[in-house]
Design a protein around this ligand. Structure first.
Ligand code: SF4
Ligand code: FES
Length: 276
């Protein structure tokens, strides 16, 4: 601190806040039945410390003040854990690859410092037949819920929390099951895949339960029914391109899909068939 006639003053000049000018080209679509189009908006005071969703909040405040319809987009936790957010940013799911220092992120954890002053940013919804647009950037992802309902559960009565060592699980299986369980169901894998395949999502759910002792009673039925349901929902087939894993904010690996295929083959050989 230094002294002035007015009293103590910080020795360094206060940080001058930097703001950015951004042009957004946002997909606007009234509902599933109406055609959509890209609409341009200009934002003049974007802080580099805003998250991408906070920047969309600023846009919506501006639109509301102007008497226009705000942009619909999904979000909830804004902490990268719920899987609700997700848009294509400059053609990449969650803007994957633009985040400072981090390759994989969710839209809510992407910050505006990943962009430059004067940038034009395209924002679109997930594109997949099985994820129809509800409005603007919000899509219907209930197809994922139906895949889970088809087999993503266990029937063993677990009661209250068991003693930790009551059911020993090999460390490697526990680690792999945990990694698979980190899938947040965001849908970026589908959006990034040229086939709009949901294999990475389904594989994560199948693997999570199939590696644990509690998941064994339904193991065969689970994999055949979940795979059958994803086909019924209109997701495409997997051709091992790997875009899903590259876009996944939780780093679910392609090895997970290998495990699903291994389980599926074993189940079919054992005579398991999907419920009609
Ligand atoms: S596998 Fe990854 S990208 Fe796909 S839904 Fe799960 S967390 Fe999202
Ligand atoms: S809002 Fe929950 S993961 Fe982004």
């Amino acid at each position: 601190m230094t002294m002035t006639e007015d009293g103590p003053r910080a020795a360094t000049a206060p940080h001058e806040e930097r703001t950015m000018r951004i042009t957004l080209r946002v997909w606007r679509q009234e509902n599933a039945a109406s055609p959509g189009k890209m609409v341009s908006y200009r934002l003049d005071d974007v802080s580099p410390d805003m998250s991408f969703l906070e920047m969309l909040d600023v846009l919506n405040e501006q639109l509301i003040m102007e008497g226009q319809d705000p942009v619909a987009f999904d979000h909830d936790c804004r902490e990268g854990i719920c899987g609700m957010c997700g848009v294509m940013i400059n053609g990449r799911a969650h803007g994957n690859g633009m985040h400072d220092g981090a390759v994989q992120t969710t839209t809510c954890q992407l910050h505006m410092r990943s962009f430059k002053d004067g940038d034009t940013i395209d924002v679109e919804p997930w594109r997949a037949t099985a994820f129809p647009v509800i409005k603007d950037l919000a899509v219907d992802r209930r197809a994922f819920d139906r895949i889970i309902q088809a087999g993503g559960y266990i029937s063993v009565p677990t009661g209250t929390a068991p003693e930790a060592h009551a059911t020993p699980v090999p460390k490697k299986d526990a680690d792999n099951a945990f990694d698979a369980a980190t899938c947040i169901g965001c849908g970026a894998c589908v959006a990034a895949c040229p086939n709009a395949s949901s294999m990475l999502f389904t594989a994560a759910k199948v693997t999570h339960l199939g590696l644990l002792p509690q998941g064994q009673p339904e193991r065969d039925d689970r994999v055949v029914n979940m795979v059958a349901q994803q086909d019924r929902e209109g997701f495409g087939g997997c051709t091992n391109i790997g875009e899903c894993s590259a876009a996944c904010p939780k780093g679910i690996s392609m090895e997970t899909i290998s495990r699903l295929n291994h389980d599926l083959l074993g189940a079919l050989r054992a005579g398991a068939r999907p419920k009609s």
